[in-house]
Design a protein around this ligand. Structure first.
Ligand code: MN
Length: 709
C-alpha cells in the first residue's frame, strides 16, 4: 500500500474516493488487538524510551496495553506522512512521551498512542473499545475532530465543545489534547505563516487558558513561548536575546542560592535549592511591568522540601535572614489556587540589595505544580495508588471536575449556536488572565494587573504608598470612581492630592475595592497606623537579654530591640521583618538556626501558619510592659455631650489602660478630666497627648508632676 493510498485524513480520502486495503489493515488491527505472535513482554523498540520514562513515575505499571496500542497505531498510520515528511507515527509517539514525562498513568498513554487513529485512519471507536476498553474509547473519542465535510465552519467550535464535554466526564481528554497541541506547535514551522498564526491564536485563546486552569504549568509555559514567537516575533526575539545575553554570564542568583543552602543547612531543614530561569514570555512580561529587570530578575529560586511544615520553616528563615519584600509574599498553600497549585511565594533582598524571588514547595506540590491534573492520575479512583500523596483535594471542587469546568459545561448547554459558543468560550477563558492598562502620559509605562483589578489597585501598582493620597481617577478620559473595575486596554490616569493634609490616607472602604495584595497590604497597614500612631512612633530602646546562650550565631549586632524570651531566656532574639513587631503587640517566638529566636506578632500570618504547620511557638513577651509607665494627665476641655466617651476611646486607641478617671463639675462650660493611665512604654506619651488634644473640644492636655495613686 502506498503513502498515497492512505491520505492525511478520512475526509480527504472520502473525497478522493480511494480504495483502501481494508483486509490488510484488519489483519494488522486484529494482531494488535488480540495479541501478537511475538513474546508477550517484548516491547517494540519505538516505545522502549516511553516505557522507561513511564516506569520512573509508575514502577508497577502493566505495559501490555501500551504495547498493543503502539502496534495498532503503527499499523494504522503506516504509509502516512506528516507535513514535515516524517512517518505519521512519530507524532503520537512524541505526544505520548510528553505525557509520560509529566507522569501520566497508563490509560492516558494508551489513548494517546491511539489518539489520531479514529480521526485519520480506518480504525473505529468500536475497535478501540473492543481492544482497550471503554475508558480508552472515551479518551480517543474526546480528542477526535468532527469532520469539516459534515460541520463546515462549525467544525472547530463544535470539536472544542465535544472535547470539553468529554473533559467533564474524564479530565484526561484535555491532558491528551494539550500534549497533542504542544507537539503540533513545536512542529508548526512547516505550515504556511497564515495557518501558523491561526493555530497560534486558538492555542493562545483556548488551550493555554485550559492548561492554566488544569494546572499543567510545564505545557502552558512551552505553549506560551511557541505562541509568542509566532504572534509577536519582534518582541520574542528581543526577549530571547536578553535572556541569552544574561545566560552567557555568571548567574547572580547563584550566590543567593548558596547562602540560602547554608542557612537552611544550619537550620536543619533538608532542602533542594534550584534556580529556575524565566521562560521567554515571562521575561517579556516582567520587562513590560517593571521597565527593566534587576540582575536577580532572570530567574527564581525554587526551594523544594520534604514536608508541608518545612515550607513555613524555610519562609521563616528567609524572612529572618534577608529583608523580605512583603507585598510579594503569597501563600498558595493555605489558600491554593483554583488549579491545584500550592506554593509559598516570596521575594527578598540580600545584603547587597539583590532582589530574589523564591518559590517554596514540597516535592509533591512541585509535581502537581508542573503537571497539574496529569499528576493526579486516574480521576475515577479516589487515590492514585502509585503516588497517593499527590491526590490532594482541590480548591473549589473535586480535582477531576473543577468548578470552572462545571460552570462552563452548564452555560454551553444553553448556547446551541457554534459562533456564539466559540466567542463566549474565548471570553470566559480570557477572564482570569492579566489585563494591561495604559497611562495617559507617555512617560509612564503600561501596568499589568490581574483581571478584576480596580483603580485602587492601579493606584498602588503605579505609585506605591503615595497612592494613599489618591483622590480619583480618569479612565479612558472620563472621571471614574476609585472602585471602577478596569478592563484590558483601558487608559488610566490616577489623580493624587497635590497638597495632602496630615489626615490624608486611604478610606477604610478602599479595602473593599482593592483586590491585589500590593494595594491591600499598604492600605491595611496605613489604617492600622492611623488607629495606633504611638505603636509605630515609639519602639523601645534595646534591652539586653541575660547572657545564657553562648553561640549568638550571626545576629545583626544590637540592630533590633530585644524581647524577653520566657522559655529560652537569654537566647539571641531577632524581630521578624515580615511583621515588624513593636510593643505592645502580642508576640510569639520561633527557634531558628543557632539557637536564636525570631519574634513575630501573634497576628502575623507567617507565625500563624508556622504554628498550624506544627512549629512550636515559644512564649515571649516585651520587657517594658512588666515595668510599664504610669502617668497622670489633665485634659482641659469645653463641655459637650460624648466628650468622655471620645476621650476614653482615644486613650484606648493608643494602648493606654485607664487606672483612674475623674471629671470635675463644669465651670463656665469648661471641664477638667484627670486620668491616671498605664502605658506600655513612656516613649508613647507624646503621641498619646497629641491624640487627646485632637479630640474636638479639648484645648489643653498636661501632665501631673507625679502619678496619683
Ligand atoms: Mn494529534
Amino acid at each position: 500500500m502506498s503513502a498515497e493510498a492512505i491520505g492525511p485524513s478520512k475526509a480527504a480520502r472520502a473525497r478522493r474516493g480511494h480504495r483502501i486495503d481494508v483486509l490488510r489493515l484488519r489483519r494488522l488491527g486484529r494482531a494488535a488487538v488480540f495479541g501478537p505472535a511475538a513474546p508477550r513482554h517484548r516491547l517494540p523498540d519505538a516505545i522502549e524510551h516511553i516505557a522507561q520514562v513511564h516506569r520512573r513515575h509508575h514502577p508497577g505499571a502493566d505495559l501490555d496495553a501500551l504495547r498493543r496500542a503502539y502496534l495498532l497505531a503503527e499499523s494504522a498510520h503506516r504509509g502516512q506522512l506528516r507535513k514535515s515528511g516524517e512517518p505519521y507515527i512519530t507524532h503520537p509517539l512524541a505526544v505520548t512521551l510528553i505525557l509520560a514525562e509529566l507522569g501520566a498513568e497508563t490509560t492516558t498513554l494508551t489513548a494517546s498512542l491511539l489518539h489520531d487513529t479514529v480521526e485519520d485512519t480506518e480504525v473505529t471507536l468500536d475497535q478501540v473499545r473492543a481492544g482497550f476498553g471503554a475508558e480508552v474509547e472515551l479518551l480517543v473519542d474526546g480528542v477526535t475532530k468532527l469532520e469539516k465535510v459534515e460541520y463546515g465552519a462549525a467544525a472547530e467550535p463544535e470539536t472544542f465543545r465535544k472535547m470539553l464535554v468529554a473533559t467533564g466526564t474524564d479530565v484526561r481528554v484535555m491532558s491528551i489534547k494539550l500534549a497533542d497541541r504542544l507537539h503540533n506547535m513545536r512542529t508548526l514551522g512547516v505550515m504556511r505563516p497564515e495557518k501558523q498564526a491561526r493555530i497560534a491564536r486558538v492555542t493562545d485563546e483556548v488551550l493555554i487558558p485550559l492548561a492554566e486552569r488544569l494546572g499543567v504549568q510545564a505545557l502552558k509555559t512551552e505553549l506560551e513561548d511557541l505562541v509568542f514567537a509566532i504572534l509577536q516575533p519582534a518582541e520574542h526575539a528581543r526577549a530571547l536575546e536578553l535572556l541569552r545575553a544574561h545566560q552567557a554570564g555568571p548567574e547572580p542568583l547563584e550566590k543567593v542560592a548558596e547562602r540560602v543552602r547554608l542557612i537552611l543547612r544550619e537550620a536543619g531543614i533538608a532542602a533542594e535549592v534550584l534556580i529556575r530561569p524565566r521562560h521567554v514570555l515571562s521575561l517579556h512580561r516582567a520587562l513590560l511591568k517593571r521597565g527593566g529587570l534587576g540582575p536577580g530578575g532572570f530567574g527564581r529560586l525554587l526551594i523544594l522540601v520534604a514536608e508541608d511544615a518545612d515550607c513555613y520553616g524555610v519562609l521563616g528563615e528567609l524572612h529572618t535572614c534577608f529583608t523580605p519584600v512583603v507585598s510579594e509574599f503569597k501563600d498558595f498553600i493555605a489558600a491554593p489556587k483554583f488549579n491545584l497549585y500550592r506554593s509559598l511565594h516570596t521575594a527578598f533582598a540580600d545584603r547587597d540589595g539583590l532582589v530574589a524571588e523564591a518559590l517554596v514547595r514540597t516535592h509533591a506540590m512541585h509535581r502537581v505544580a508542573e503537571a497539574g491534573v496529569i499528576a493526579l492520575g486516574d480521576p475515577h479512583r479516589a487515590t492514585a495508588p502509585e503516588n497517593p500523596q499527590t491526590a490532594e483535594p482541590a480548591a473549589g471542587g473535586e480535582p477531576g471536575r473543577p468548578g470552572w469546568l462545571s460552570r462552563l459545561l452548564d452555560w454551553q448547554r444553553q448556547e446551541p449556536d457554534p459562533d456564539t459558543f466559540w466567542t463566549a468560550l474565548r471570553a470566559e477563558l480570557a477572564e482570569d488572565r492579566e489585563i494591561t492598562v495604559f497611562a495617559e502620559a507617555d512617560d509612564e509605562g503600561p501596568l499589568q494587573l490581574p483581571a478584576g483589578a480596580t483603580c485602587v489597585d492601579a493606584a498602588y501598582a503605579r505609585h506605591g504608598r503615595l497612592a494613599h493620597t489618591c483622590i480619583g481617577a480618569r479612565v479612558n478620559g472620563r472621571l471614574a470612581t476609585l472602585r471602577t473595575v478596569l478592563r484590558d486596554g483601558d487608559t488610566v490616569r490616577l489623580l493624587l492630592d497635590p497638597d495632602p493634609g496630615p489626615s490624608a490616607g486611604p478610606a477604610p472602604e478602599w479595602l473593599e475595592y482593592a483586590t491585589t495584595p500590593a494595594a491591600r497590604i499598604p492600605i491595611r497597614r496605613r489604617l492600622e497606623e492611623q488607629a495606633h500612631p504611638a505603636e509605630r512612633a515609639a519602639a523601645p530602646a534595646p534591652v539586653a537579654a541575660a547572657p545564657h546562650t553562648p553561640a549568638p550565631a550571626r545576629t545583626e549586632p544590637a540592630a533590633e530591640p530585644v524581647a524577653l524570651v520566657g522559655e529560652a531566656p537569654g537566647a539571641p532574639v531577632r524581630l521578624a521583618r515580615c511583621c515588624t513587631p513593636v510593643p505592645p503587640d502580642r508576640v510569639c517566638g520561633f527557634l531558628v538556626r543557632g539557637g536564636a529566636v525570631t519574634v513575630h506578632r501573634e497576628s502575623c500570618p507567617v507565625a500563624g501558619r508556622m504554628t498550624a504547620a506544627g512549629r512550636h511557638a515559644l512564649e515571649v513577651g516585651w520587657r517594658s510592659p512588666s515595668i510599664g509607665c504610669r502617668v497622670t494627665l489633665y485634659a482641659e476641655s469645653l463641655g459637650r455631650p460624648h466628650l468622655l466617651a471620645d476621650l476614653t476611646e482615644a486613650l484606648a486607641a493608643q494602648g493606654a489602660a485607664v487606672l483612674q478617671a475623674e471629671v470635675e463639675p463644669p465651670r463656665q462650660q469648661r471641664v477638667r478630666h484627670t486620668y491616671t493611665l498605664r502605658l506600655p512604654d513612656a516613649s508613647g506619651l507624646p503621641a498619646l497627648m497629641r491624640a487627646m488634644r485632637s479630640v474636638p473640644g479639648v484645648y489643653d492636655v498636661s501632665r501631673a508632676a507625679r502619678p496619683r495613686g
